[in-house]
Design a protein around this ligand. Sequence first.
Ligand SMILES: [Zn+2]
Length: 103
Amino acid sequence: MNVLCPVCQKSVRTGHARRCRHCGCEVAILRKIHESAQESILLALKSLRIGHDAIAHDFAHESWGLRRSRQAAAIGLLAAVALADPVEIPRWMRRRRSMLQAE
Ligand SMILES: [Zn+2]
């Protein structure tokens, strides 16, 4: 897995590396955050699949808080639509739009 070093902005393969090979910045914690965000996405998908929409929404929100991603925004929107939540639907739409614009 690659992450962007927060200091030098270079792509760093995190594998087992604890530090950026370009500038020495600690990157191991970034890998853990990324993995936790991915785990929350998987739990959100599993929750959606079995109809636990509120739990799926919580996991999507958790993932978004750890790491903003298109996947978290998409799943959050799906869960909010399933819940027919008039507040969360536009929030997730804005989040999703911001991810698409950032590309
Ligand atoms: Zn670096």
